[in-house]
Design a protein around this ligand. Structure first.
Ligand code: PLP
Length: 345
């Protein structure tokens, strides 16, 4: 077998669908420690019917990708950031933290074991990794579980933009996904349960997704259902909202850094009022899944605001996208510590 062999899949036409790959990582927490950590071929999770995850949503997750480089090696992008964010989510839901070293080791094991499913370089496709932790065990009262399962599974996913980057339209939601002192800043299941209904409403009305406004006054942009918001002002600043109910996106913080350090832009977290959208020349949604998706139009009440264009990506958004994706696939130099090799060349 030659090195870095891949299975035969239609890499160019992958979507974002679950796929039952050969291996996943699993570890069990009981009596104050992680046990029985390692790979398994079992894609089902067995648990007691009283498990808190089933009734009270004691669950947190992460999402990141593995990227095949030109030389055959496989990159992870800033996995330490996902490890830290999962630890914060665990703290918020009273779950045991997964040590960073164990987290990154689990990712590497899953990528290596399923290496044949890491899409070839040049297809734009990647291996999506889904770590999660759930509270399990006999329990029915509203209190934290006594046992936990931490697992990581993977699936190949397609390039978000098949025919090039195309802007899509979004709508301001009347609903809130999270409160300022709630769980918006934690990547926990309940936030997503809360967003299903407003998300479905947005899709049915023909929009890509809902954009949530601040839960206090509904005057400022918070974020998209599963991606953060950013805008490029007419005077060239990179601006992204700041709020305690926004999920801190690794992609967003990476773009803040690149805008400032590589492109010399002023890059700030601040308020983005929906009645001041004329200040922006471009806007986009950013996250691991969305990468950078240009926002064409934004419906707020009766007003349909167009940022750059509903058919073409703006120049600054494109420049940031090329830099970010170039770093992830190993084609452009990465800032110190951003790339961790899961598989060597
Ligand atoms: C995961 C997530 C994001 C994106 O975060 P990344 O670390 O960039 O993938 C943005 N918003 C929400 C609500 C999320 O759950």
């Amino acid at each position: 077998m030659t090195k870095h062999q891949t299975v035969d899949l239609d890499w160019e036409n992958l979507g974002f669908e679950y796929m039952d790959l050969p291996y996943r990582y699993r570890a069990f927490w009981k009596d104050g420690a992680w046990h029985k950590a390692g790979l398994t071929e079992d894609s089902t999770v067995a648990m007691n019917e009283g498990s808190p995850v089933l009734h009270y949503g004691q669950a947190a997750f992460e999402g990141l990708k593995a990227y095949r480089c030109k030389d055959g090696s496989v990159n992870l992008f800033r996995p330490d950031q996902n490890a830290k964010r999962l630890q914060n989510s665990c703290k918020r839901l009273l779950m045991p933290e997964v040590p960073e070293e164990m987290f990154v080791d689990a990712l590497k094991q899953v990528v290596k074991a399923n290496e044949a499913y890491v899409p070839p370089y040049g297809t734009g496709a990647t291996l999506y990794l889904r770590p999660y932790i759930i509270g399990v065990g006999e329990n029915i009262g509203v209190h934290p579980a006594s046992e936990y399962i931490f697992s990581v599974f993977a699936m190949p996913v397609g390039s978000y933009f098949k025919g090039g980057m195309v802007p899509t339209n979004f709508v301001a939601s009347d609903y809130d996904r999270a409160a300022h002192k709630g769980t918006g800043a934690s990547k926990v299941g309940g936030n997503y349960a809360a967003s299903l209904y407003p998300g479905e409403k947005a899709h049915k009305a023909g929009f890509s997704d809902a954009i949530y406004l601040d839960p206090v006054e509904h005057r400022k942009i918070e974020e998209v259902g599963s991606a953060n918001f950013f805008g490029i002002t007419k005077d060239g600043k990179f601006v992204t909202p700041k709020s305690p109910s926004i999920l801190p996106s690794v992609t967003k913080y990476s773009l803040l850094y690149l805008a400032k350090e590589r492109f010399g832009m002023e890059a700030v977290e601040g308020d983005v009022y929906v009645d001041e959208l004329d200040n922006f020349a471009e806007a986009g949604a950013c996250g691991t899944a969305a990468v950078i998706s240009p926002i064409g139009g934004f419906q707020v009440g009766d007003d349909f605001h167009v940022f750059y264009s509903t058919t073409e990506v703006g120049p600054v958004t494109k420049k940031l996208y090329d830099e970010l994706v170039g770093i992830q696939f190993g084609d452009r130099p990465a800032p110190e510590g951003w790339i961790v090799k899961a598989v060597e060349a």
